[in-house]
Structures are given as structure tokens and as C-alpha cells.
Design a binder for this molecule. Structure first.
Ligand SMILES: [Zn+2]
Length: 90
């Protein structure tokens, strides 16, 4: 039965390109944070990340940043200044 879930998850990812599920999920802390990587790319569909215990995150210069997916996190870690410079400019 586990394969079914994996397949469904892969299908969702393929279709949306973003691991963030619906922004109006009833459960969760209700806390959101911007994904700096998606903001940089103007990917508004997954700009707001629902923050919970499993949200990908990293600490950079004393600030915690949250991401919609591990791939966004990896991109950020590679070039944090690239994304933060863009964010500050706005
Ligand atoms: Zn993202």
C-alpha cells in the first residue's frame, strides 16, 4: 500500500512542481513564511510556506529561513546571498 502513496506524491509533485500543499489547509500552526527561493523566481504558487515541524529550513546569519521543498533549501544553501539580495531589494 505504501507504493500507492509514493506514486500519488510523485504525481502531485510532477503536476504542481511544488511540494507545498494547499495554503488553506485547516490543520497546522497557521504560521507561514515566504520561500525566498520561490520569491526570487516569482513562483507565487508556493511563495507562502506552511511552517511546521517538518518544514525544510536553514539558519543563515542568525535568521531562520523556511522553504517549500528540499530543492529550494538546497538552492538557497548554495547561494544564500543571491536570494537574500533580491529579497532586500524589494
Ligand atoms: Zn520554494
Amino acid at each position: 500500500m505504501k507504493w500507492l502513496f509514493t506514486f500519488a506524491a510523485a504525481l502531485v509533485l510532477t503536476m504542481s512542481g511544488c511540494e507545498t500543499t494547499s495554503a488553506n489547509l485547516p490543520k497546522g500552526s497557521g504560521q507561514t513564511a515566504p520561500c525566498e527561493v520561490c520569491r526570487y523566481h516569482h513562483d507565487l504558487a508556493c511563495l507562502n510556506v506552511d511552517v511546521d515541524a517538518s518544514t525544510p529550513r536553514t539558519v543563515y546569519e542568525g535568521t531562520t529561513y523556511y522553504f517549500c521543498s528540499d530543492s529550494c533549501k538546497a538552492s538557497f544553501i548554495k547561494q544564500p546571498t543571491k536570494y537574500l539580495t533580491a529579497a532586500k531589494r524589494q
